[in-house]
Design a protein around this ligand. Sequence first.
Ligand SMILES: O=c1ccn([C@@H]2O[C@H](COP(=O)(O)OP(=O)(O)O[C@H]3O[C@H](CO)[C@@H](O)[C@H](O)[C@H]3O)[C@@H](O)[C@H]2O)c(=O)[nH]1
Ligand SMILES: [Mn+2]
Length: 738
Amino acid sequence: MANENTLPLYDKIWLKYTFSRVMDSFTLFFLLLLLGYRIFYDRNYSIPCVLAMLCESWFTFTWILTMNTKWSPVRTITHLDRLMLRVSESELPALDLFVTTADPVLEPPIITVNTVLSLLALDYPANKLACYVSDDACSVLTFYALVEATKFAKLWVPFCKKYNVQIRAPFRYFLDEDDDSNRKEFPEFHQDWLRMKEEYCYLKGKIENAAQNSIPLVEEFAIFSNTDKKNHSAIIKVIWKNKENLEDGLPHLIYISREKMPQHPHQYKAGAMNVLTRVSGLMTNAPFILNLDCDMHVNNPKIALHAMCILLDSKGEKEVAFVQCPQQFYDGLKDDPFGNQLVTLFLYVGGGYGGLQGILYAGTNCFHRRKVIYGLSPDNDIQIGKKNGGVINEMEEIFGTSKSFLESATYALEGKILNLNYNLCNSLEDATKVASCRFEQDTAWGKQVGWLYGSTSEDVLTGLNIHIKGWRSELCSPDPIAFKGCSPQDNIINMIQQKRWASGMFDILVSNNNPILGFFYGKLQFRQALGYFWILSWALRSVPEICYASLPAYCILTNSTFLPQKLWLHASLFVNYNISTLSEGLKTGLSIRTWWNNQRMIRITTMSAWFYGFLAIILKRLRISEPVFEITKKNESSSYDGRFSFNESPIFLPSTTILFVQLMALFTSLFGWEPRVRNGLGYGYGEVICSAYLVACYWPFLKGLFGIGNHGIPLSTIFKSTMLSLLFVYLCKLSIIV
Ligand SMILES: O=c1ccn([C@@H]2O[C@H](COP(=O)(O)OP(=O)(O)O[C@H]3O[C@H](CO)[C@@H](O)[C@H](O)[C@H]3O)[C@@H](O)[C@H]2O)c(=O)[nH]1
Ligand SMILES: [Mn+2]
């Protein structure tokens, strides 16, 4: 039998989704058949047919990318028991915890507080943890909430540990009336539970109160007087320090609001992450970092141990740069009307990346190695400037001019665990320096080290760069699920988020950091590069999709055809594709309704949010406007009903217009208003069915035409869309004449 100590700490299991593979292959087969048929048999080179063929070629290409990504999915299984045999609690490595928040209105402090509480209560030695909260809003309310939360944490953390509470974010825990898992063993449990609930309500009340009546800016809050969120010096406050270094105490808690100046680009979240990295480097310098968005609370208190199984495993140690846990959400609306729960995405596509070079970094729920963030590659050199002793100048060029930080970075890069037990407060002066705007000037921060700048999807960009260095990554999805967050609550917020993702990712594709170059000049594996291409090209997909969606309407309005005579090819493709996505959904435990909502939303998103994402990058490249990071609004609980809401945002124009165009086409066909066939063939059932299918996809918009209040499409949007669709009809007519 293998020695206990040589057994791997985690295993990868290759999943066999045979049915899925077969169905996906059929889809590809039909796509190729269709193209072949068009080229060799149909030979119809009319405008709609050529356009359709171009679009179909793109779809085929995308489909190959999709299949490549999904083809060999894996699951990782972590062995906590083996980890515990190998290392004792006191030997576990230190872990720095980062939480980012940026707006006390869109991100209510009570949510951040819950995330922090769930982190402080992790099942991990408390003297190995330090929690850093970055507040880009420089909000005294957030600070106040954290100070108050610390008081509560002193009761909450021991309570969670004593009773082995599973959900350690109080707002989720107390949703359940009473938790009687501990009834029998501990007679005093109920008493404690009641007290804890009362204390939590008290905390919540205090924060709500403070939000309504402003907080007096005296004593520890005085530093917030005269601060403007876009213009203020750095504020770093050690809210709580685990002075006696107790294993079962409360981890350090540090509040950071980095310096901001109007003329200095602050680089959104990536900028905040880099400040967190540096400040924590000075204070605790843990070799591992877990980063969470403010709304992502810990749902499995053992998650840090699970991640350590991968990071400390003898193979993982050498190869794995980061461990990413899936993004899952609480309070998902029934049947996922906005298609934003991403369940099958993480399972099928996420697992698929796992079988390649590794899952992409998703910005939150991720454990990083500090040295990798500092630019180290698996063969241990730092690629920008060689790091041989004494070359302090080079280190300065990379990491900036802070002596103490350079020292800590050297330790981190060499993998030495410094028994700093740094006096957190003594490093405050240095910390303020590394949190200043100017610190990064002429350094490699954001370019080669740290979180990278230049894309609103800083996460994918940073992860890609790590993969290009030759590192791998792993997906970690223990049961219960590691973290849970808040998904966009309505379709408007969802669209803003999708637009940011699509534009940020397309931005990477057209930059020097793209996966193609990464494959040729770096160590990005071929299939991983294709996998990246799949996701980075989301925005690009909008163009052929919009084009394809206008074809049925064009054909009906001009009485021509874009479908080959043999409709069965398209029909089989359509049926096959739908059966395969449906079966994937059902296997994941989703309802048919959810599947349909997801299908519909992917069409709507592609042709609106992703299209705007595409435009945003074109404008950026033309130096007309810079994309901004629009923060997603977060809620403690969901009060939405899943109906679509609308506003005057241009994001609704493409959808409304596509709907109008299809409706005009369908009416034309119904009343026989189409012109006579001129040459070749006229439109047939195929075009009508396609048009009707699109109307089904855009049903929420059709309802929106008759909705009232924010459930109705505003008149101005209706007006603009009418104009656009009339223009489309006019152009169709024009194309007949010429
Ligand atoms: O200037 C900023 C802007 C944002 N954030 C933080 O960034 C996080 C993510 O922002 P959110 O609005 O929640 O965006 P999501 O679309 O939900 O985030 C996903 O997509 C982002 C990239 O677009 C990633 O950074 C996130 O980790 C990932 O969860 C939040 O904690 C924010 O507080 C900052 O710290 N500073
Ligand atoms: Mn979020």
